[in-house]
Design a protein around this ligand. Structure first.
Ligand code: SF4
Length: 117
């Protein structure tokens, strides 16, 4: 493998695989997938996955501490596949605008939850 490919491979492994260089790794389970370190569905309000906790100011905050679902390889890959399908041939700016559409994201989550509960 040439050096540029190796460097790129390193980035892919860190982004899509288990990022063992992260100071928080493993935040959920060993060999977890870190692709969705920041979950695209936050806050999903799915009480089978996360829960409301009390924030410092006493307000209710959605917590994902107990959610390992999004870090499962099959789930992370399926979410990526769905998102790429949604993006289609849009450019990055247009793709980012899609992320403002909560209804679209939650529909993806619903489909992936149906496949992988
Ligand atoms: S509970 Fe899980 S699926 Fe829901 S927002 Fe948090 S990390 Fe994402």
């Amino acid at each position: 493998m040439i050096d540029l490919a190796k460097k790129h491979f390193e980035k892919v492994v860190k982004l899509c695989g288990a990022n063992r260089d992260c100071r928080y790794y493993p935040c959920h389970f060993d060999s977890q997938v870190c692709l969705w370190c920041f979950c695209p569905f936050y806050p999903c309000y799915d009480e089978e996955l996360g829960e409301f906790i009390e924030g410092r100011d006493g307000s209710k905050v959605w917590s994902c501490i107990k959610c390992s679902w999004i870090h499962r390889p099959e789930v992370a890959c399926e979410v990526l596949r769905e998102i790429l399908e949604l993006i289609g041939d849009r450019d990055t700016e247009e793709a980012l605008q899609l992320f403002e559409r909560r209804d679209l994201l939650m529909e993806i989550m619903r489909r992936v939850r149906e496949k992988f509960s």
